[in-house]
Design a binder for this molecule. Structure first.
Ligand SMILES: Cc1cc2nc3c(=O)[nH]c(=O)nc-3n(C[C@H](O)[C@H](O)[C@H](O)COP(=O)(O)O)c2cc1C
Length: 395
């Protein structure tokens, strides 16, 4: 338990009616930020005694939600004590996005809805979705308006998460940010990379500062390359952002939310877990995963596997044990492998810190033919756009 102190670095974040005491947001990450992982992040934040942040679920595609697909509905399930409940919707068709947001708001499935305009995955952008979408101004407007209109009667705030644009010659974030603000969104978040950059290089925090100058009536959140609490403090100092959104930095390190809570409340206390604590977190993650999949142990363990390398980054654990953990299929097996670790190992320092997760190199965005020729939507693209909602994974 850290000592709560009252020196806030920033005021609480106000997202419509929701007050987020510590202005830190767990970024939506498909395949990562399900109820199980969010629980670990929230528990870590809460253990500090400081106010909690906001923890966003993985994106759900609007089409799948409207069709009441079982896995889509599972994505928008929250812990009993999870408050506020934050969902993210992806979509390319205004009517479908509106219908999905209406389901969430009218059925009281979440307290906040974020819209995903940041996905750079080729199968999405190829059809004009995700980070390609704000380029088409009217379509962007129609989607945001549909979402805000659907949520408004229920008092559910809508926010927008986007990238800088398609590439350096086709930036969209400033006009998209202003448009979203004028349509009544409660905040805008910027992952300060273009689609072309994917996850390569370093995020351009100067763009966050520019967005903060352009969007003046709702909070602006900065996102990209926060690997430690100190990065988050530097981001708000350098950009004037009203809060930070943290993605890859917490993969395998849910306790980063304790560091962030401490840092934003003026404390320099940081969590530096030894291997025993890491092993306990992995096991708890396993239990929570099984619960998330309604007791299906095999599904839960399969989903846990991808987290192993992140959890063990920097810790002296042999290749064979790592491989065994990454193939685990029951809780009993998980316990055996964890017990076989040298649990006396302490925190490895820098080796466990710094960048982690997706990186890679820049990629020329895959876009519909002629997409960049005009910022207006060609009628013939509309049908293709709707297809972009099908079988989409996050990013
Ligand atoms: C595995 C993975 C899945 C992601 N899924 C989503 C998603 O569902 N919705 C979204 O808006 N962004 C998604 N992102 C992007 C993150 O929310 C975030 O914007 C990005 O990782 C940059 O922040 P970071 O540098 O803190 O990781 C994903 C990123 C990763 C690495």
């Amino acid at each position: 338990m850290l000592e709560p102190v009252s020196t806030r670095v920033l005021p609480p974040l106000q997202i419509g009616p929701i007050t987020v005491g510590t202005p830190v947001v767990l970024a939506p990450m498909a395949g990562v930020t399900n109820r199980a992982f969010r629980t670990l992040c929230r528990e870590a934040g809460r253990a500090t005694g400081f106010d909690p942040g906001l923890y966003v679920a993985e994106m759900v595609t609007s089409r799948a939600l409207v069709e009441r697909n079982v896995e889509a509905l599972r994505i928008v399930t929250f812990g009993e004590d999870e408050s506020p409940r934050s969902a993210q919707v992806y979509g390319v068709d205004p009517a479908t996005v509106g219908a999905a947001v209406r389901i969430i708001a009218s059925e009281d499935r979440a307290d906040h809805v974020d819209l995903n305009f940041g996905c750079p995955v080729p199968k999405v952008t190829r059809k004009g979705g995700g980070s390609a979408l704000p380029w088409k101004k009217q379509l962007f407007t129609d989607i945001v308006r549909a979402a805000v209109d659907a949520a408004e009667p229920y008092g559910v705030p809508v926010t927008v998460k986007m990238r800088k644009g398609i590439d350096d010659d086709h930036l969209t974030y400033l006009d998209a940010g202003r448009t979203a603000e004028s349509l009544g969104v409660a905040a805008v978040a910027l992952h300060a990379r273009t689609a072309a950059e994917h996850y390569s290089g370093t995020a351009d925090w100067t763009a966050i500062a520019r967005l903060k100058e352009a969007v003046t009536t709702v909070p602006v959140l900065g996102n990209g390359d926060v690997w430690a609490a100190e990065d988050a403090l530097r981001m708000v100092r350098e950009t004037g952002a009203d809060g930070v959104v943290v993605g890859r930095g917490c993969q395998g390190r849910p306790w980063l939310f304790a560091d962030l809570a401490a840092a934003f409340n003026g404390s320099d206390q940081r969590v530096r877990p030894g291997l025993r604590e890491v092993a306990e977190t992995i096991y708890r993650h396993g239990e929570l995963m099984i619960d998330y999949y309604d007791g299906d142990e095999s599904k839960g363990m399969r989903d846990l596997r991808k987290h192993m390398a992140w959890y063990l980054k920097g810790y002296a654990v042999g290749g064979e044990t790592r491989r065994a953990l990454a193939m685990v299929s029951t809780l009993v097996e998980l316990r055996e492998h964890l017990d076989a670790l040298d649990l006396t190992l302490g925190y490895p320092g820098a080796d466990a810190e710094g960048p982690r997760g997706r990186a890679g190199s820049p990629k020329k965005p895959h876009l519909p033919y002629g997409w960049l020729d005009s910022r207006e939507l060609d009628a013939e693209f509309e049908a293709k756009l709707r297809e972009a909602e099908l079988s989409v994974s996050g990013g």
